[in-house]
Design a protein around this ligand. Sequence first.
Ligand SMILES: C[S@@+](CC[C@H](N)C(=O)[O-])C[C@H]1O[C@@H](n2cnc3c(N)ncnc32)[C@H](O)[C@@H]1O
Length: 453
Amino acid sequence: MEDVIKGKQGKLLTTDQNIVHYSSTSSGMENVSAVRNIKSLQDSTYQKIPILFRQAVNDIPSTTHGTFSVYQYPAKFIPQVIAYVLKHYVPPADNQRSIIFDPFAGHGTTGIVARVYGHHYVLWDLNPFLSIIHDTAIMKPPKVFVSDLLYDLTRSKPDEFVPRWKNLEYWFPEEFLPLLERTWGYVHSLPTYQEQLVWYIPLIKVTRYFSWADEKVHKLYKSKRSKKKIKDLLESDWKKKFFILLERELSTLLTKLQQYQALKPHDDVNATVKSGIDVMETCLDSEVDVMITSPPYLQAQEYIRSTKMALYWLGYDDHQVQALSKKEIPYRKFEPINIHSDLFHKYRSQIKDEHLVKLFDCYFHSVLGAFTTLSKKVTSLLAIFVSPATIRTRQIPIDDIFIQHLEALGWKHDVTYIDTIKARSMFEAKVNPASGLQDKRMETEHLIILKKE
Ligand SMILES: C[S@@+](CC[C@H](N)C(=O)[O-])C[C@H]1O[C@@H](n2cnc3c(N)ncnc32)[C@H](O)[C@@H]1O
């Protein structure tokens, strides 16, 4: 049984259960084994192709392979999305190296994948954690045994490191703090950044385990489960458990580093990573070829709040963390722009709640404001990954709003890929903090491809 999806430009795309589709959008004729039928897509104005990115690229064994997932960053790209764009829309690096740009890089997946394909890259994010994750992910595995690392830690007599965080005692039982402060003191005292990198992510994970925060929720949240976790820990030999977990996390990191290096990432690519910057206040110094990005979500996501425990232990203080939170989209002050999308205005006019109108405005004016400026320096392709969020149960076609605006700026929509996402922990929150309403699970994510006219 064959589905036919007719797009805006009149191209005919076919998909069937046997998984073949032909599209003039990619390099030549594609056999994409991940294509699925989603009949409702036929209603859309723009050309849309259903796909399962996690199965569409064979070069990468799994979504969490190697350092593509060295940390569970909220709303992280799966590496296959980037790999798909690079393989199908960007000339191979042997002929010509491209510069790939991600202004909302988060975990840095765009760069970590671009390096494997031999492309240069530029990564930005408000979250300073980007640099630590990226630098860890691309690091050559150090020639050390985990047991030696732990031996050096236990023999050392470092100064304690006390995070400058007014809520420290709220998030950590007082019994655990001396051990954590001593271990972090040791890591901060290591002589080189490379030596510190080996420890940062493993220790951040174990530190979080020894806090009142629930492991399964990105934002800091004391739950029944996490209270039980602490009670059980306190009744056990928790010091022993601390070192066992640390050993496990260090070993996992070393394995992941080896897996990544086995993919033969290129050492000679130019990488520019700017973290802790505000996209609204930062300019591209020179042109880039491709922008691949996934902007912040319209609802239910606060990246700084989700990662602030790590930031405090890395040395950021209350003042710095608050300053970062204030710049986060869509909870910030913004400069209104001219939004070229009738869909934007139509959906905005239907929102009655003032607070939600503010959120809606901030989101689109900030993200499209950034894209308006940045896209002027992109020479060939925009690949933008978004989720269609809901406001008061009404689904907002974020992807189509983006397309309308960017087409008015001279970009040409090529295709939108619709991926069905697997259950993700970031959507576990039952109530959306923005609206106070039940969150509708986002079931698809959309990758918009636009080319320069
Ligand atoms: C959907 S996430 C990107 C995830 C990323 N694709 C990955 O693979 O991890 C959106 C990112 O936008 C960042 N962000 C939010 N407001 C920002 C701002 N004003 N300037 C720069 N980045 C911002 C957040 O810190 C977050 O990392």
